[in-house]
Design a binder for this molecule. Structure first.
Ligand code: PLP
Length: 410
């Protein structure tokens, strides 16, 4: 359940201690939220508290510390379930991140559902982590990878996506929000249309869940995933959501402790969901921290988050467009607060280095989306990705430092 906004931007910024730090003698302006978001103090405190007061292993211990840690970890799973509107908490598999989730899915889904000649559709704007695992699976199983193309604005050409769908399509695996272009894909329609041919749909929500409400039941997504560290939680955490009936048909990904019911040398029986997919000691403190991050997001509310980010996107887009020789890459009608751009005659890397000297953190390069760079015939972009704790004042400073960098490099 998402509560309404109750904080001001000044209060929100105070929740993130790192925003007070200086970089190269200048106040940090952190515009690399697409890579990872900063952590509110409550998350940092929860990690400290866990290691100071609760540290123990979960699920198997009868002693108090283990029981407390198990409860905290399993409560986090319920918070995640409610956050994305899943029907059951056992449909929430805790992983190491989006990459971990895609690899788990690719391995287990393919063993349960794919045979030679089957087809998987991805889009032209996928992150490498939603390309390479499927390439590996296609090679292993003799399946075909089909690519839904995009237009020059960075939007999926929907008719062409529809043309790719057939009875051979077993899975459509598409990104919800592009980390490079900011494009918000029409995932509800994608899911509805893919279901018409009997395909299952997996959505990479790595860049989506921090910007807007996601409800996997309303979307009718078969699988959905995200990374905890892009959602104000600890690194090394992530989620794979899957519908219970599908997860139950899929074999485990890894073998080891916790994922079994019984083991003899002759035969092993597997544990119930979600433990079947969670072999070994998990990132306990990470999971607990992610639960606290979700509490924090709920306390801020998506009304506030969306309003702040939409304003930043419009404000920064207009200011950047006014710069001579600057071209925005990715101009979808539906866009999250991510702006990629290039500047004529200047390598993105050089701009990134100079901006860092002024305290501004942006990302430069291919952003793990080399096919997007090939499509636009560019080596890379500069990417400014905003979160709700950023301000127009920071955008002003960034744009003036960018103009200075361009003048120096011209
Ligand atoms: N998918 C998208 C859209 C991303 O933006 C990212 C990270 O930038 C990933 C997948 C991979 O996430 P992680 O490195 O947390 O596994």
């Amino acid at each position: 359940m998402i509560k309404n906004a109750i904080k001001t931007i000044e209060e929100v910024r105070l929740d993130f201690p790192i925003l007070e730090r200086e970089v190269n003698g200048k106040k940090l302006v952190y515009f690399d939220n697409g890579a990872t978001t900063q952590k509110p103090k409550v998350v940092v405190d929860a990690i400290n508290d866990y290691y100071s007061n609760q540290n123990s292993n979960i699920h198997r211990g009868v002693h108090t510390l283990s029981q407390e840690a198990t409860s905290a970890y399993e409560e986090a799973r319920i918070k995640i379930q409610e956050f994305i509107g899943a029907k059951h908490s056992h449909e929430i598999i805790l992983t190491t991140g989006t990459t971990g989730s895609v690899n788990l899915l690719a391995h287990s889904f393919s063993k349960a559902f794919l045979k030679e000649g089957d087809e998987i559709i991805i889009s032209a704007m996928e992150h490498h982590s939603n390309i390479v695992p499927w390439q590996m699976i296609c090679q292993e199983r003799g399946c075909k990878l089909k690519i839904a193309p995009m237009n020059n604005k960075g939007e999926i050409i929907y008719d062409e996506f529809l043309n790719l769908l057939s009875s051979k399509t077993k899975l459509a695996a598409l990104v919800h929000v592009s980390n490079t272009l900011g494009t918000i894909n029409p995932v509800k329609n994608i899911i509805k249309d893919a279901h018409k041919v009997g395909a299952k749909v997996f959505i990479d929500g790595a860049q989506a869940v921090s910007h807007d409400v996601v409800n996997v039941q309303e979307l009718d997504a078969d699988f959905y995933c995200f990374s905890g560290h892009k959602l104000f939680g600890p690194t090394g955490t992530g989620v794979l959501y899957g519908k219970e009936e599908l997860l139950n048909q899929m074999p485990p990904y890894q073998g080891g402790g916790d994922m079994i019911k019984t083991v003899t040398f002759e035969k092993t029986t597997y544990n119930e969901l979600p433990h079947k997919f969670e072999a070994g000691t998990p990132n306990i403190v990470g999971g607990i921290g992610l639960g606290v991050a979700i509490d924090y997001i709920n306390s801020v509310g998506f009304d506030f988050i969306k309003k702040q980010e939409e304003e930043l996107l419009i404000y920064a887009t207009n200011k950047l467009k006014a710069i001579d020789g600057l071209k925005i890459v990715g101009e979808a009608n539906e866009k999250a607060s991510v702006i990629s751009f290039i500047v004529e005659g200047i390598h993105p890397y050089d701009i990134g280095v100079i901006l860092d000297k002024t305290g501004v953190a942006v990302r430069t390069g291919h952003h793990c989306t080399q096919p997007i760079m090939d499509f636009f015939e560019i080596p890379g972009t500069i990417r400014a990705s905003f979160s709700f704790y950023n301000t127009n004042h920071e955008v002003d400073y960034f744009v003036s430092m960018l103009e200075r960098a361009i003048n120096m490099l011209k």
